[in-house]
Design a binder for this molecule. Structure first.
Ligand code: XMP
Length: 535
């Protein structure tokens, strides 16, 4: 595709509302967060068990909790001691709501403490794998063995039980490792059932949800799609919506979902900034226009971005200029369309939790909403249909909506694109070199079983040249670094230990096929202290 191409197509997908579908939000669990590093994991496990849940900071008022009307409450772990000054706590009336409660780690201690029991420092801190002995298999531990492996991480423990409680499990150094008050349906476990190191933890959570709280597994992505489609229709009314489509999973699923709800009243804008991967612009355009039949405005802004980047070396300055240019172009497109009231964005649940967490935004997380500055310069209301979902749920929605695997499982690609993978000044020539090298990495990864195993795999073009020998000739050319990492959420990452032969194959192809590159190196740094991207 060359030149500025403007294509507005339109045919909305057939949509029939299934009125038998239950609202997947009608049964829900509240997770009160006391600052544990595992809180999000609790939520993910509950969602995997097909129950809707939300994480809220422990300071949520009793009134708001009543309004939220959960069928079960989970108190997360946390780093504090219940006897600390300003220790995080809840209104003890929480335990009189008649809603089952499961306290995990700090949660069990708080529950016991607030109901009249005693918590004290354990003789020794317990950390890691422990054998746990179960003495009651009625409900929480239904179906488990008398001895199970669990993951412990605590300094304090329940010393004397609150009135009404009994012990249902123990470890060597924690004789009150699991407790319950059957009549009030209050439960506590000192270990972490949500982590993989507790192999049967998911069954324990399942017992809590289905045996104790009597919930039903209503949270499916098919029902999510139905209710969200309906909600989008109501929210938008007869308004027009605009969406910045990047071809990444989040913006793609957002666009297709909104399109399903309101058809041609959604216009997507795809800005080709010239910093994309090889063939990416064509692929995105083809998929969304030809297959998904979206109203798609394609803007070729490659020259504009390249001009903005001329002479810029500083990584933050690159990001800043790319962000501004994007907003300028996008706002101009929105203005051309006229009458747009909503901006659809692919915000996910981890971003939402991060902004309401009582810990405040963590310094380790970058949020990258490339159109984040828009609503301030244009009076647009935000439409964020994925703001309740975790990434794996978004992928599932994408699959349900019929998006191809190649898109649903696509590795993350940064908004500033190849510009932050070309160290130093970005030029058209360097973009061509990196695009070719990157295409080889992608092609070989996709053809192997490693693509789905790793978080990201890409090439970086270094601003240095080294000596080599090709045929009988001495060369003096550029260096490409391979960055291939394993990660769960991009907050931490480690370099992937892929077979040497496989890596050698990538290096050989790059050196032989990409002009102006005569050396390939492998990045073996973890995050932290390094980052995944080089700039
Ligand atoms: P870092 O380099 O901070 O990256 O370890 C973490 C994850 O975020 C991606 N990333 C971005 N995504 N816009 C984006 O949409 C950006 O500006 C951006 N910078 C980094 C990166 O690829 C990795 O997955």
């Amino acid at each position: 595709m060359t030149g500025s191409l403007r294509c507005v197509s339109g045919r909305s997908l057939p949509h029939t509302k299934n009125t038998n579908m239950l609202d997947p939000h009608q049964e829900k669990v509240l997770i009160l967060d006391f600052g544990s590093q595992y809180t999000q994991l609790i939520a993910r496990r509950v969602r995997e068990l097909k129950v809707y849940c939300e994480i809220h900071p422990y300071i949520m008022s009793l009134e708001s909790i009543r309004e939220f009307a959960p069928q079960g409450i989970i108190l997360s772990g946390g780093p504090r001691s219940v006897y600390d000054r300003d220790a995080p706590s809840v209104d003890p009336d929480l335990f009189t709501l008649g809603v089952p409660v499961l306290g995990i780690c700090y949660g069990i201690q708080l529950l016991n403490h607030l109901l009249g029991g005693e918590v004290a420092p354990a003789g020794a801190r317990e950390y890691g794998h422990k054998t746990f002995t179960i003495s009651n298999f009625d409900d929480l531990f239904y179906g488990l063995n008398a001895e199970e492996q669990v993951w412990m991480s605590h300094g304090d423990r329940v010393e004397h039980l609150a009135p009404g409680f009994e012990v249902i499990g123990r470890s060597d150094s924690c004789p009150t490792g699991a407790i319950r008050d059957l009549s009030r349906r209050l439960y506590g476990v000192q270990f972490h059932p949500e982590v993989h190191h507790t192999p049967r933890g998911k069954e324990i959570l399942s017992n809590f949800l289905f045996r104790i709280c009597k919930l039903n597994p209503l949270w499916t992505m098919a029902s999510f799609i139905e209710t969200t489609t309906e909600n989008i229709r109501q929210q938008v009314g007869d308004g027009q919506v605009i969406c910045a489509l990047s071809g990444g999973v989040d913006s793609s699923v957002t666009a297709v979902l909104v399109h399903r709800a309101i058809g041609d009243r959604l216009t997507c804008v795809f800005v080709n900034n010239g910093l994309l991967r090889k063939r990416e612009a064509e692929e995105v355009f083809h998929l969304f226009r030809e297959h998904q039949h979206l109203n798609l405005v394609y803007v070729d802004a490659t020259v504009d971005f390249l001009c903005q980047l001329e002479g810029v070396i500083d990584p933050e300055e690159k990001r800043r200029r790319i962000g501004h240019e994007f907003i300028r172009i996008f706002a101009a497109e929105a203005k051309k369309l006229g009458g747009v009231k909503f901006l659809a964005q692919g915000t996910l649940y981890p971003d939402v939790i991060e902004s309401v967490s009582f810990k405040g935004p963590s310094a380790t997380i970058k949020t990258h909403h490339n159109v984040g500055g828009l609503p301030t310069i244009m009076p647009l209301k935000l439409l964020e249909p994925l703001r309740e979902l975790f990434k794996d749920e978004v992928r599932e929605v994408g699959q349900e909506l019929g998006l191809p695997d190649s898109l649903v499982w696509r590795h993350p690609f940064p908004g500033p694109g190849l510009a932050i993978r070309i160290l130093g000044e970005v030029t058209a020539e360097k973009l061509d070199i990196l695009r070719e090298a990157d295409a080889i990495v992608s092609e070989m990864m996709l053809a192997s079983e490693f693509y789905r195993q790793v978080w990201q795999a890409f090439a970086v073009l270094l601003p240095i040249r080294t000596v080599g020998v090709m045929g009988d000739e001495r060369t003096y050319e550029f260096v490409v670094a391979l960055r291939i990492v394993d990660s769960i959420d991009a907050m931490t990452a480690d370099w992937s230990r892929l077979p040497h032969e496989f890596l050698a194959g990538i290096a050989n192809r790059i050196i032989n096929e990409v002009k102006r590159v005569n050396r390939v190196v492998l990045d073996i740094s973890s995050k932290p202290p390094s980052t995944i991207e080089w700039e």
